[in-house]
Design a protein around this ligand. Structure first.
Ligand SMILES: NC(=O)c1ccc[n+]([C@@H]2O[C@H](COP(=O)([O-])OP(=O)(O)OC[C@H]3O[C@@H](n4cnc5c(N)ncnc54)[C@H](O)[C@@H]3O)[C@@H](O)[C@H]2O)c1
Length: 497
């Protein structure tokens, strides 16, 4: 029976508390795609105003909408630049009570910060609760908190898996790696136990010996005594990471000393595959040997497809499929790299090939095969765009449907994807009516390439409907039936039909 008058105080507080207690606001379901919002800074005075209420209500709507859409949503109460104001307030309070911040320990400062937070930020929590916001309060931390130092203290080996993107002149940018190393060293202060810093990120040969070790030594760390350093390259393929990691075919450990080698060998003791302990430079080199060979095979295949097109009368796809029948290839997986397409993309092959070329050049050797592998790959999007333009003709009003936006099937990774470069080349040729569709990567592509003025469609059928001509840019298996579904011109840039 409904009450005659609705009293929100009676109903909503309890509901909110129940939802909170049952963990409905917590993030962390790794099976779902993540979506996060960090709440912009509240007020250091602890009083929220109407603007905050509007702003947080809009965020709450977005959060609930994303949850309903099946995302793992983390809505994190954050401090952002108010963190600086928070620090100033904590320091002011300590100063007023006669404490010199330069003389107190990290723990004492942290205690003061939490006591300030409990007094002021908790009054903000009460106001957020009144608004019914579905924030995940369980993740509030100060960066000085002990989570990281606890993890570091309880570990013998610390793995770095951060990005190593393109840096200057194609060299690997080590900013993320060195920052993570700094964080570890800070967390290790006072801890004298021997630990191995293991770089799992891909780093060019000689990075550990010429950059990481001098970086540590400059900070007074004795490599081999205070810490060991190692690299442990990762060979997994995107889209198959679990399988490739668990069923690795070799484990490579580039190590600085025998103690580190022993600790790392223990970690991999249960693995079925061979484990190799090699020198630091060798460990790093093996990863590049692998990736640049794959890049070379791809550029070789692409160059051959252009040779074939120029000579004419050659069925490129058939020629390559027959090539793969040579039993020396010994398996279809490797053969997939010896096949023409739109050029290699993704996070690893482009940056790693460039990085090895740059490192070798800096060391005094201009590697001609690598140089031309990169050149061939860089030229591919323009070559594909010219092929598409030739097939379409001069009518720039033709609606071009791009089938596939991710860099390869089975992944929503759009970093360095050939599709973006082909679209850019088509736009610069004057084709302005471009429609993109990918089974999983539409949203990621749109976010990553927000400057590309194209339209997106949410379904394969709609793309077939709206386009005058179709271009297969990523070899998703579902595109195999395209010629059965439409009579429109299909340009198969992946030779998959
Ligand atoms: N993607 C692959 O298939 C693959 C395969 C083999 C090797 N690798 C190598 O592994 C490395 C990582 O590649 P990725 O594709 O996972 O990159 P990524 O950029 O997608 O992921 C790196 C993650 O590290 C986090 N990070 C950065 N600094 C941090 C810090 N100080 N503390 C904690 N987290 C931090 C980032 O937030 C990000 O989530 C690269 O060197 C890459 O070349 C990647």
């Amino acid at each position: 029976m409904l009450e005659k008058r609705y009293d929100p105080k009676k109903v909503e507080k309890d509901k909110y508390l129940t939802w909170k207690e049952k963990g409905y606001f917590l993030a962390g379901d790794i099976r779902k795609k993540p979506f996060s919002i960090v709440i912009p800074p509240p007020n250091v005075t602890g009083k929220l105003h109407l603007g905050h209420a509007w702003d947080t209500t809009i965020q709450d709507i977005i959060v609930r909408y994303k949850k309903a859409k099946g995302f793992d949503v983390l809505w994190l109460p954050g401090m952002d630049h108010a963190g600086i104001a928070t620090q100033a307030k904590v320091m002011e309070r300590l100063r007023n009570s006669g404490v010199d911040v330069t003389k107190i320990s990290r723990e004492d400062f942290l205690n003061a910060a939490w006591s300030w937070k409990n007094e002021y930020a908790d009054s903000i929590h009460d106001q957020w609760a009144k608004l019914g916001l579905s924030l995940d309060y369980s993740r509030e931390r100060f960066t000085l908190d002990e989570g990281l130092s606890k993890a570091v203290a309880s570990s013998d080996c610390i793995y770095y898996c951060v990005g190593t993107p393109y840096g200057q002149d194609g060299q690997a940018d080590l900013t993320f790696l060195l920052k993570a190393v700094d964080q570890t060293l800070e967390a290790m202060s006072g801890d004298t136990s021997f630990k191995v810093l293991v770089v799992k990120s891909t780093i060019p040969p000689s990075t550990t010996s010429r950059k990481l070790i001098p970086y540590l030594e400059k900070k007074g760390i004795r490599v081999g005594q205070d810490v060991g350093v190692a690299n442990n390259p990762e060979f997994l393929r995107e889209g198959h990471c679990w399988d490739d990691f668990i069923h690795a075919d070799r484990i490579v450990l580039g190590v600085s000393d025998e103690h580190s080698a022993e600790l790392l060998r223990n970690i991999y003791a249960g693995c079925q595959c061979p484990v190799f302990c090699v020198s630091l430079n060798t460990g790093e080199f093996i990863k590049y040997l692998s990736n640049t060979l794959l890049a070379t095979l791809i550029s070789y295949s692409n160059e051959m497809s252009q040779v074939a097109d120029t000579i004419g009368g050659i069925d490129v796809a058939e020629a390559f499929r027959i090539l793969h029948m040579d039993k020396r290839w010994g398996g279809a997986t490797m053969a997939s790299y010896v096949y023409p397409g739109c050029g290699y993309g993704g996070y690893c092959l482009p940056k790693d090939t460039n990085a090895l070329y740059a490192v070798s050049k800096t060391a005094g050797f201009d590697a001609q095969i690598l140089r031309n592998v990169i050149l061939t790959n860089d030229n591919m999007p323009q070559a594909i765009a010219s092929k598409v333009a030739k097939a379409i003709g001069d009518d720039k009003k033709q609606k071009i449907g791009i089938l596939g936006l991710s860099f390869k099937p089975g992944s929503d990774d759009v970093r360095d994807t050939p599709s973006a470069k082909i679209i850019r080349a088509l736009l610069s040729l004057g084709y302005t009516r471009i429609y993109g569709y990918d089974p999983v990567a539409n949203a990621e592509f749109r976010r990553y390439y927000s400057d590309l003025e194209i339209s997106y469609v949410d379904s394969y059928d709609v793309l077939l409907e709206v386009s005058d001509v179709l271009v297969i840019a990523t070899a998703w298996p579902e595109f195999k039936d395209v010629r059965m579904r439409t009579d429109k011109t299909v340009i198969d840039c992946r030779y998959m039909l």
